[in-house]
Design a binder for this molecule. Structure first.
Ligand code: NCD
Length: 350
C-alpha cells in the first residue's frame, strides 16, 4: 500500500478536536479528546439508550434516521465491527461496506488509506475504521477534513482501533462497564494483565481512568517484562496523579483488585514467533485463580480469548462465575456505540 507519509507521522501532523461538551461532527480517534464531563455524558446517554432498547422503544430509530455508516475494517474484528453495525441499524441508520470486504476494494489494486477513506467519505456520514497501523485514524481524519471542504456532505471517522495504538470506543465501553458494576470509578484497584505492550484496549483504558481523574484509584500492570505498558502511557497516567504499580507477579495484587482486566497475548503483533512462544503461557486465568480474587471483584476481557483463559472447561466454569462480566461488557459495547453515534451524527441528547 503506497502511503503519502509514514502513517504514524499523522499523530504529529493532526491534532484531534477536543469534545468539550459538543460531540457533533467530530472525529473520534483518541481518548485524549474527552473530558471527565464528556465521559459522564456518554455514561448517562448509554444508560438511557440501554433502557430504551430493553423497552423496544421505536423512537430510537429516529436518532440516526437517514444517516449512513461505512464500515472499513482492515484488520479482523467480530465485536467492534458487529456492534458498530448493530448500533447504527438500531438507531435507524444504514451501513455500507465493500461487497467482499475491504481487501477486495481498490485496496487490492494498491490504493492508499487516504484515498480509500475519502472514497467512503463521499458516500457515508460516518466511517468506522480499523487499521493495523498506529496513526491510521489520525491520517483518516486529516484527509477527511480536506475532503469535507470540497464535498456537500461532511463525514467523520470513528476509530475502531489503530494497530497497537489506541481503541477509544473500547475504552469507553470498558470504563462504562466498571461504572455499571461498581457505581464509581474512584477508590478502586484496577489490575490489567497480559499483553500490555501491544494491547490497544489497555492503552486507552489506562489513559481514560486518568482522564476521569479517578481519585484513590490505583492501576496495577501485570505483564512479563517485554510486554509491559509503554512508557508514554505510564507517564501520562502518573502525570494525572493516578497511582500505578508494575509487577510480573499476579498474586501480589490479585487479592486487592476490584477490577481484573485480562488480555490476550497478541500473537499477530510479534515479529518473531519464538518470542511469542516464550511468553505466551505467562498468565492464564483459571477458575482456581479467580477464586482467589475478592468476592465482589469483576473479571473483564475485551475478547477474543484464546488459551489465556485455559481450555473449554475452564472457559465454561469462568463464564458461570458471577465475577465474570465480559459478556455484559461486550453487550455494553453496542449501547456505548449507539450513544456515541447519536451524539456525533445528530448531537442529540438521549
Ligand atoms: C480487542 C482489539 O481488537 O483490540 N478486541 C476488541 O476490540 N474487542 C482485543 C484483542 O484483539 O485482543
Amino acid at each position: 500500500m503506497s502511503d503519502l507519509r509514514p502513517t504514524e507521522a499523522y499523530t504529529q501532523i493532526y491534532t484531534p478536536p477536543t469534545i468539550n461538551g459538543d460531540f457533533k461532527g467530530k472525529h473520534i480517534i483518541t481518548v485524549d479528546q474527552f473530558s471527565k464531563q464528556d465521559l459522564q455524558t456518554i455514561f448517562d446517554a448509554t444508560v438511557s439508550i440501554r433502557k430504551r432498547v430493553r423497552q423496544n422503544d421505536r423512537g430510537l430509530s429516529e436518532l440516526c434516521n437517514g444517516k449512513v455508516m461505512a464500515s472499513l475494517f482492515f484488520e479482523a474484528s467480530t465485536r467492534t465491527d458487529l456492534s458498530f453495525q448493530a448500533a447504527m441499524r438500531r438507531l435507524g441508520g444504514d451501513v455500507i461496506s465493500a461487497s467482499n470486504g475491504v481487501q477486495f476494494s481498490s485496496v487490492y489494486k494498491g490504493e492508499n488509506l487516504a484515498d480509500t477513506v475519502r472514497a467512503a467519505g463521499c458516500y457515508a456520514d460516518v466511517i468506522a475504521l480499523r487499521h493495523p497501523q498506529v496513526g491510521s485514524s489520525y491520517q483518516a481524519a486529516y484527509y477527511l477534513d480536506l475532503l469535507n471542504q470540497q464535498i456537500q456532505n461532511p463525514t467523520v471517522v470513528i476509530s475502531g482501533g489503530d494497530g497497537i495504538g489506541e481503541h477509544p470506543t473500547q475504552a469507553l465501553l470498558d470504563l462504562f462497564t466498571i461504572y455499571d458494576y461498581k457505581k464509581r470509578i474512584e477508590n478502586l484497584t484496577v489490575t490489567m494483565v497480559g499483553d500490555l505492550r501491544h494491547g490497544r484496549t489497555v492503552h486507552s483504558l489506562a489513559k481514560l481512568i486518568a482522564i476521569y481523574k479517578a481519585t484513590n484509584t490505583r492501576i496495577c500492570w501485570v505483564a512479563p517484562g517485554m510486554l509491559q505498558m509503554p512508557s508514554e502511557i505510564i507517564e501520562f497516567v502518573k502525570h494525572e496523579g493516578i497511582e500505578t504499580y508494575q509487577t510480573e507477579d499476579l498474586f501480589e495484587v490479585l487479592g486487592e483488585s476490584d477490577v481484573i482486566y485480562w488480555t490476550r497475548i497478541q500473537e499477530e503483533r510479534f515479529g518473531n514467533i519464538d518470542d511469542y512462544d516464550a511468553i505466551k503461557d505467562s498468565f492464564i486465568m483459571l477458575p482456581s485463580v479467580l477464586d482467589q480474587a475478592k468476592s465482589d471483584a469483576i473479571l473483564m476481557h475485551p475478547l477474543p480469548r484464546k488459551h489465556e483463559m485455559g481450555g473449554p472447561d475452564d472457559h465454561d466454569q469462568l463464564d458461570a462465575n458471577p465475577r465474570s462480566v465480559y459478556f455484559r461488557q461486550m453487550e455494553n459495547g453496542m449501547f456505548v456505540r449507539m450513544a456515541l453515534l447519536a451524539k456525533v451524527l445528530k448531537g442529540v441528547y438521549v
